[in-house]
Write a protein that binds this ligand. Sequence first.
Ligand SMILES: Cc1cc2nc3c(=O)[nH]c(=O)nc-3n(C[C@H](O)[C@H](O)[C@H](O)COP(=O)(O)OP(=O)(O)OC[C@H]3O[C@@H](n4cnc5c(N)ncnc54)[C@H](O)[C@@H]3O)c2cc1C
Length: 409
Amino acid sequence: MAQTQYDVGIIGGGIVGCTMLFELTRQGYSCIMMEKNQYIMSEASAGNSGMLHTGFDAPLNSLEQHCIKSGHKGMFDVINKFNIPHKTCGTVLVAWTEKQNEIIPELRQKAHEAGILDVDFMSVSELYKKEPFLRQGAHGTLFVPGETIVDSNLLGLCCAHHATLQGAKILTNCEVLGFKDRTLNTSCGPISPAVTINCAGLYGDLVDNLAGLNTFSIKPRRGQYCVFGKNLNLVNSIIMPVPTEKTKGVGVFNSVYNNLVIGPTAEDVPSRTRPPLCDPKTHNYLTQTGRWIIPELNSFHPVGQYTGIRPATQFKDYQIRTYPQLGWITVGGIRSTGVSASLGTGQYISEKLQSDMSLELNRGMAKNINELHWEVGNNNNSSIIIEGCHYKVPHPIFQYGHQNVESKL
Ligand SMILES: Cc1cc2nc3c(=O)[nH]c(=O)nc-3n(C[C@H](O)[C@H](O)[C@H](O)COP(=O)(O)OP(=O)(O)OC[C@H]3O[C@@H](n4cnc5c(N)ncnc54)[C@H](O)[C@@H]3O)c2cc1C
């Protein structure tokens, strides 16, 4: 017998699925989330930079920019309530050539057109006051004060946990294998929610195919990172190059746990699977790039590395579509800003459930966001306990952040 008591069935327990579950449960929908892996937050969402972007450089008037901006303020309410480590340190975009410097006014203009008005030029002398260990020779800088580092894995885990406290159900080791007449055929048996939301990230196109849909293809884009030790005190902000059409470029930043991190790369790859280690050539390239940007890093050696795969598609923008006749919503192609946009995406879908899917709620106010407290588990620094419940934390940044490995050469 299919389980039919749910308004919403969410496929995929990455950051998009977990925040969706949080938001829709809070709005009063009865929700179930199905995750094929043993642990939630373990695919694309376990290999990112962990930045809450402001959307200053997202394509103007894109859905991506809309979701980032609309969820931005609420995101801080959530991370404060859940005691998620974060730090608003801002980003400096550094032009290393005159040609790059010519692009900076355009980026500032674009940010202002998007309504992000605190993005401004920073003089080279101010830059070196802020970043005394930065290589000499910068031509110009754009400062984006709102950019924030966050533990995005904890954010997803806490959102999922909060949803369960408000009645949501999470099934792990539950793969969705088929879809017919609004019934999901899963490895845990049939489930028939009124509306299914495909948040399957790197597998979003394949899951859409199960519903007979074929509007985009996932083009996996790998990012690799090199991690140095903690508390090196060599950078104060997120130091990025001037972006190109294809990539934001390789940056240097401190994780929320104060490891110095270099990355990410952006490489189109055939595989959707995240390798645990960088390829040696890229690891060396990242180490040397970091040392070029911050010469003092020559006195330190990397203590770790990790990779992530972005669920990019042939399109620039997010692929969000509603199919009322199928009872299906696709939330796909959330490629490189999924953390920043996650809450806004959940809110956007909440509106779509009523406007497009006629899933009206007989509800009053949205439920409160309750405070959550968590502590590190005893399991090799890769788990947390949220109010008695154990969760694996798959993101290496959390794991490196809770180890003390000497980085000095
Ligand atoms: C290198 C890199 C750097 C990034 N940096 C940032 C950043 O700084 N800031 C930012 O905002 N964003 C960043 N991102 C983007 C962000 O990480 C992604 O947008 C986000 O993780 C995508 O989340 P998701 O939930 O869509 O996908 P996923 O995390 O992949 O989750 C999808 C889930 O669906 C499950 N699933 C798939 N198929 C099925 C099925 N058939 N049945 C059941 N479950 C299924 C998968 O197992 C998976 O757990 C970065 C990404 C990368 C890779």
